[in-house]
Design a protein around this ligand. Structure first.
Ligand SMILES: *Cc1c(COP(=O)(O)O)cnc(C)c1O
Length: 638
C-alpha cells in the first residue's frame, strides 16, 4: 500500500474496527495520531497516557517485552463504580440496609493488587473474600479497617477456623460460610475451645440455572453449596449448640461472568425465599451475599454471549436492591446488608499484556511470469489456465478447480513425474489463484461455507513474544476471548488479516479467536511490520484469573510486571516493577539445580579443552555465556 492509501484511514475507523470504545469502558481509547491511550480522571478533566510512552519508560528501566502492565487507577475506579452504584441504588429505592463488597483474593492474589484494594477500598469498607488459610492470612494482614468484612469460603479445617476465630478476637468482621455439615461441628467445637462467638453463614445450592460458560456452577448438580436438607440439619445443630444467633449470613454463588441479568434476578428471588424461611426458623440473618458473577463486556457487544453481558453495573445494583426489598417488604422483614464478592468486575480492566511481534509468516504468492513457460507438465498448465480464469461469476467452481489441479500436481510429484522446482512453481501458482479468490469473496451475494474459511487459511501468522499458557491461560483452557489489538499506528489501515502464535511452538499456543463489534472472528486485522520498528500488540482486560493460573509450558516463566499510576496532572508514576522469572528460576521450579548444571557444563568444557577441541579462552567465553543465560529472561530478548 502507498502512503496516500494509508492516509485515507483514521484513528476513528480503527476504534470502530476493534470496538475499543465499547470494551474499553472509557479507560482505553485511541488518540487522533493513532496510539492506544489509557484514560483516567485528572485534576482538571480527563488525562490520557499513550501505552507506547509507558513502554518507553519501562524499557529505560530495564523491563523488556513481554510485560504485564497494571494501571492502579483502574482498580480504584472500578471499586468506586461498584460501591457508588450500590449506594445510588440504595438511596434512590429507599432501601434500608447497606452494601459491603468483598474482593475474592483468588481472582488476583498479587500483593500489589490486594493491597491497593484494601487501601483504596477502605473508604467504602470494602473487604476481602478468602478461600483458603493462606488467603485468610493475607486478608488479616492487609485490611486496616474493622468495618470491612472478611468472608471465609471453601473447605475449612480446624486450623483455618482457629485463624478466623482469632481474627474475630482482633475485632475483624470475619464470617465463616459453611459449605458442609461437617464444618459446622468443627466451628461449634473450636468456638467453644477458644471462647469466641463466631459469625456464621451458609452457602446454598440454588436451583436457578445461569447461561454462559459457568452454567455448571449453578443448579442441582452444582459442586458447591448445601442442599435444603443439609441446611435444616445445620440449623438444628446450631440451635442445639445455642449458636443459632450466630447464623447471620446467607450466601450463594451462581458462577462467574453471568451474561444474563434475568438469571441474576431469578437467583436473588430464590435466595430471598430461603432468607425468609431461615428467619422464620429463628436465625437472625442480617447479610445476603450474592457471591460473584458480575460480568465484563470482553467483546464490546453488550449481548448475552459468553464474552459479554446484557446489563451495566448500575442496572445490576438496582435489580439486586429492588428484588431483595420487594421480597422482604412483603414479609415486613428488615433489609439486610447486601454483600457481593465481585472479582472479575473489580480487576479485569487493570491489567494489559504487552508484547512485541518477532516475525510474520505469510502465504503471499511470489510473482508469476506473463506467459505460460514452455515444457510444463500438463497438470501445471491446467492449473495455470484455471488461475488465469478466476472470476466472480463462478468463484466456487474456480476454487474447486484450483484445488483439484493442485492435488493432481501433488500426485504427479509423488509418482516422480514432476520435479521439485516445478512443484514449487505450481504451489505458488495455486496461492496466486487462492488470493484472487479471497479478494473476490466479499463481492459474493452468498458465501459458501468452504470459501468462508479461505481467508483464515491464507491469513498471516504473527509470532508474538509471549506465552499463552503463562499469560492468558483462560484463552487456552476455556476459549475465553480477550480484546487484542495493535497499540500504535492506528491512523494507518491495518491491512493484513492474521492469527497470532506465541513462542511455545505448541499448536495450542496461539490466539485465533477474536471478538469485535461484528461478533467473533478467526483473524484479527494487523499492520504489515516495518523492518526497523518494533510492532507492539496489547491483550486487554486480563486482570482477572490469568496471573496465577499460568503454567510453565516450555519453561517460559512469569513475565516482567510493572504497575503505573496516572497522576492528576497527567504525569506517570512507575509504582512497582518486578522482573519476571530468570531461566535459573524456572529451572529450579522443575527441580533442577542451576549450580550443578553449571558444574556439569564446566566439566564438559574442560574435557573439550583436554581433547583439543576448544581453547582455554573459548572455554571462558562459553562459561560466561552459559552463566549469563541462567540469569537471563525466559522470553526473546533483543
Ligand atoms: C470465584 C468466586 C467469586 C468471584 O466471582 P467473579 O465472577 O469473578 O466475580 C466470588 N465468590 C465465590 C464463592 C467464588 O468462588
Amino acid at each position: 500500500m502507498n502512503d496516500s492509501q494509508a492516509n485515507l484511514w483514521s484513528a476513528k475507523q480503527s476504534a470502530e474496527l476493534y470496538g475499543i470504545d465499547e470494551w474499553g469502558s472509557g479507560y482505553f481509547g485511541i488518540s487522533d495520531n493513532g496510539n492506544v491511550e489509557v484514560r483516567a480522571q485528572g485534576d482538571h478533566g480527563q488525562v490520557a497516557v499513550p501505552l507506547t510512552d509507558i513502554i518507553d519508560g519501562l524499557s529505560q528501566r530495564g523491563l523488556q517485552m513481554p510485560v504485564l502492565l497494571r494501571i492502579e487507577n483502574l482498580v480504584d475506579s472500578r471499586l468506586s463504580i461498584l460501591n457508588e452504584s450500590f449506594a445510588h441504588a440504595i438511596a434512590t429505592t429507599g432501601y434500608q440496609g447497606q452494601y459491603r463488597g468483598a474482593f475474592p483474593i483468588k481472582v488476583n492474589q498479587q500483593s500489589h493488587i490486594v493491597e491497593e484494594i484494601a487501601r483504596f477500598g477502605e473508604r467504602y469498607n470494602h473487604g476481602l473474600e478468602a478461600g483458603s488459610k493462606a488467603e485468610l492470612m493475607i486478608a488479616m494482614s492487609v485490611l486496616q479497617n474493622r468495618e470491612s468484612l472478611i468472608i471465609c469460603n471453601g473447605y475449612k479445617d480446624a486450623e483455618f477456623i482457629d485463624l478466623g476465630l482469632q481474627a474475630r478476637k482482633l475485632g475483624f468482621k470475619c464470617i465463616f460460610v459453611l459449605e458442609t455439615v461437617a464444618e459446622v461441628k468443627l466451628v461449634i467445637e473450636r468456638s467453644r475451645a477458644l471462647d469466641v462467638d463466631p459469625i456464621i453463614g451458609v452457602r446454598l445450592k440454588l436451583s436457578t440455572k445461569v447461561d454462559g460458560h459457568w452454567a455448571e456452577d449453578s443448579g442441582d448438580r452444582s459442586l458447591f453449596g448445601l442442599t435444603t436438607k443439609e441446611l435444616v440439619e445445620i440449623i438444628d445443630l446450631l440451635r442445639a449448640a445455642e449458636l443459632i444467633h450466630s447464623l447471620q449470613l446467607l450466601h450463594f454463588h451462581l458462577g462467574s461472568q453471568i451474561p444474563n441479568i434475568r438469571n441474576i434476578r431469578a437467583g436473588v428471588l430464590e435466595a430471598c425465599r430461603y432468607y425468609i424461611e431461615m428467619v422464620g426458623e429463628g436465625a437472625p440473618l442480617s447479610y445476603i451475599d450474592l457471591g460473584g458473577g458480575l460480568a465484563i463486556d470482553y467483546d464490546g457487544t453488550s449481548s448475552v454471549s459468553g464474552h459479554s453481558r446484557n446489563y451495566s453495573v448500575e442496572e445490576y445494583c438496582v435489580d439486586v436492591v429492588e428484588a431483595i426489598a420487594q421480597q422482604l417488604d412483603a414479609h415486613e422483614l428488615p433489609h439486610p446488608t447486601i454483600v457481593t464478592e465481585s472479582g472479575r468486575a473489580t480487576v479485569a480492566h487493570t491489567s494489559v499484556l504487552l508484547f512485541n511481534v518477532l516475525d510474520v509468516g505469510h502465504f503471499n504468492p511470489g510473482p508469476i511470469p506473463e506467459q505460460l513457460p514452455e515444457k510444463l507438465h500438463e497438470q501445471i498448465s491446467n492449473l495455470w489456465y484455471t488461475v488465469k480464469g478466476v472470476k466472480l461469476e463462478k468463484l466456487q467452481e474456480c476454487y474447486n478447480d484450483v484445488i483439484y489441479y493442485r492435488d493432481q500436481v501433488r500426485d504427479c510429484f509423488f509418482s516422480g513425474e514432476i520435479n521439485l522446482r516445478d512443484r514449487a512453481f505450481a504451489e505458488n501458482l495455486c496461492l496466486v489463484g487462492l488470493q484472487k479468490i479471497v479478494e473476490l469473496i466479499p463481492q459474493m451475494k452468498r458465501i459458501p461455507p468452504e470459501l468462508e474459511e479461505l481467508p483464515e487459511q491464507l491469513a498471516d501468522i504473527y509470532y508474538g513474544n509471549f506465552s499463552v499458557f503463562q499469560s492468558l491461560p483462560d484463552s487456552w483452557a476455556i476459549n475465553q476471548v480477550f480484546p487484542v489489538m495493535p497499540i500504535h499506528r492506528l491512523d494507518e489501515k491495518p491491512s493484513r488479516q492474521a492469527t497470532i502464535a506465541d513462542l511455545t511452538c505448541d499448536c495450542d499456543g496461539k490466539l485465533d479467536k477474536f471478538a469485535g463489534p461484528e461478533g467473533e472472528t478467526n483473524t484479527v486485522s494487523l499492520h504489515p511490520i516495518n523492518p526497523d520498528e518494533e510492532y507492539y500488540l496489547g491483550v486487554f482486560l486480563v486482570g482477572a484469573y490469568q496471573e496465577t493460573l499460568g503454567d510453565l509450558h516450555n519453561l517460559f516463566g512469569d513475565t516482567n510486571v510493572a504497575s503505573v499510576r496516572i497522576n492528576g496532572d497527567g504525569s506517570l508514576d512507575f509504582v512497582h516493577e518486578l522482573h519476571g522469572d530468570s531461566i535459573s528460576d524456572v529451572l529450579s521450579y522443575v527441580e533442577y539445580d542451576p549450580q550443578s548444571m553449571f558444574r556439569q557444563f564446566r566439566m564438559a568444557a574442560e574435557q573439550a579443552v583436554r581433547d583439543g577441541r576448544i581453547t582455554v579462552s573459548d572455554r571462558q567465553q562459553m562459561l560466561a555465556a552459559y552463566s549469563e543465560s541462567l540469569r537471563g529472561y525466559t522470553y526473546f530478548e533483543r
